[in-house]
Design a protein around this ligand. Sequence first.
Ligand code: SF4
Length: 357
Amino acid sequence: MQTMNSTSQQNQAPPLSIRNLWVEYSVERGLVKAVRGVNLDLRPEESLALIGESGCGKTTLALALIRLLVKAATITQGTITYRRDGQELDILSLNSRELRRFRWRECAMVFQSALNAFNPVLRIRDQIYDTARAHGVTSREETHQRALGLLEHVQLDPKRVINAYPHELSGGMRQRVLLAMSLLLDPQVLILDEPTTALDILTQRTIIDLLRRLKAELGFSMMFISHDLATAAELADRVATMYAGNIVELGSVADIFYHPTHPYTLGLIRAVPTVTGDFEELVSIPGSPPDLIDPPSGCKFHPRCTYATERCRVEEPKLEPVLGIGHTVACFHHDLVEQDTESLAKNHSHTTRKNTL
Ligand code: SF4
């Protein structure tokens, strides 16, 4: 299947639409507002990166999409709509049987640790059969043939790997097996939590190339969480910056990395070292992420923001269009940030690993 261009991606109904989504965790100290009113569409065949510091709500948002949140978490408001072949599903109203069908068949998720995802005493083939059976595929032969094809697709030796135990495979191989398993039931949406974390740099490169190729060939939409901006820059079509449980900037990968207009996105980019860049220019973001039990008033970034004014302390900005088509930002003073990002646009080495490998 051919990859769509961004115009046709925008014209078709998005496979996933999130509207005004709120998620809270109940903890001893109170209610943690982990996701606060998120609005987001995942377009057909696009790759969307969620970036931001730990605790900003990225993983909670991803888990909410497939209703895999822990018991202490509650979706208190909002809607999640899934679309395929002209049909719409209201994810928040699915019963457990419907949810089981939705997961893997429609929307699969690959979690962070490839090692922990496997049962150490079962061969890969048995883990694949168990997964298929749990989602209603009863033919072992059909599963076996599909698994062999997918393992080959992720550039593994299918006959060797399918009979192996997890400990006989390297971290990169296990990550590729997980990818193959996630595609077993031909999902339309793939969600990945830190797909390259804990892998060495050459294996990261392999996984990034593989994901790109799989997406182009199989035509799924992909949402991935990454704290590694280089991975996001290489793999994403669009990038959403999350802060304090909400999206504060959303745009094409070029918009976000060459023309960031939110001080937090700019801070994340400036904090990334490059092999060819000048280390003296690295600037870390002052302060620490907010307490989401008792978040700051107004713009949640204001205690850390060098652009903050009185308005920022009392009023929370909403996502509004800025600069390029589809580029939106939640900041009252994005024009000042734009002026400061001009120098970044000239320095492509900040956003791509291409020159450094
Ligand atoms: Fe900073 Fe104000 Fe923009 Fe918030 S709204 S990011 S505090 S300038």
